[in-house]
Design a binder for this molecule. Structure first.
Ligand code: HEM
Length: 222
């Protein structure tokens, strides 16, 4: 069963527990990560709680009676801090998605990958863009996956050691060069830049709730 099928099945089970539906829908994509946080540690209402809700599909300690193999909602493995901790990373992503209209982005294909420019006229958003990219760079370097319900993100993190990500802070945000020597990984890098981040910036939260298809020509496992 794939993570998305599992999400669907978990969601179906949660229908008789409406309070679980939104968190479950959101868990798989936004917060499926190696780190978990205590349920109830959210500070900004339902959506924030959703973003922080816990680790990825099918690997957590379970939600309690009846949920069996589901995602963990409680404190779990790997709770430590990394680049501000998982909760802070998710708050940054949440704010970027909420303020997506203030973000401008350019993506250029270069040999072996992409060069991107991601900026905002808002100093606050510009700083969040920078924080997010440093945090994600660290995740890639350490091989600490997130958004594991999304096949593209699963594939990217599976190849994390073949990805080079260079960040340059520029006025309003960051310029990034992301490359690989492996042509299959180049496909993933470009798909992430063009189809994931570009669409997050264009559409915000509704897009972030959807998976990203693997790129055409990619032959690895999702
Ligand atoms: C408006 C929202 C977002 C913005 C502006 C943004 C921005 C960026 C930028 C600039 C990069 C560097 C790579 C590139 O430029 O293509 C990046 C990488 C990354 N982002 Fe985001 N992002 C957003 C949403 C998200 C979301 C919703 C997630 C996951 C829940 C996420 C996870 C990642 C990861 C894992 C990486 C490193 C993977 C890689 O670069 O291959 N981002 N993001």
């Amino acid at each position: 069963m794939t993570d998305f099928q599992r999400t669907k099945s978990l969601t179906a089970r949660a229908v008789c527990r409406p309070s679980l539906v939104l968190p479950l829908l959101s868990l798989a994509l936004l917060s499926a990560c190696t780190k978990s946080v205590p349920a109830g540690s959210a500070s900004n209402g339902q959506e924030q709680q959703t973003l922080e809700a816990g680790p990825g599909m099918g690997h957590g300690p379970g939600m309690g009676p009846g949920m069996g193999h589901g995602p963990g909602m409680g404190p779990g493995r790997g709770m430590g801090m990394m680049g501000g901790g998982h909760r802070q990373e998710m708050q940054t992503i949440h704010t970027l998605l909420a303020r997506h209209e203030s973000i401008r982005r350019e993506v250029e294909d270069i040999p072996g990958g992409v060069r991107t420019l991601t900026v905002s006229e808002s100093p606050e958003v510009a700083q969040l863009i920078r924080e997010h990219v440093w945090q994600m760079k660290k995740r890639l370097e350490l091989g600490q996956p997130m958004r594991r319900g999304d096949p593209l993100f699963r594939a990217l993190f599976a190849h994390h050691d073949a990805i080079h990500l260079e960040v340059e802070e520029v006025p309003g945000g960051v310029r990034v060069e992301e490359t690989s020597e492996d042509p299959q990984v180049v496909l993933l890098i470009r798909q992430h830049a063009h189809r994931a981040v570009n669409e997050f910036v264009e559409q915000g939260m509704p897009r972030a709730m959807q998976p990203t298809p693997l790129p055409e020509g990619y032959q690895g496992t999702p």
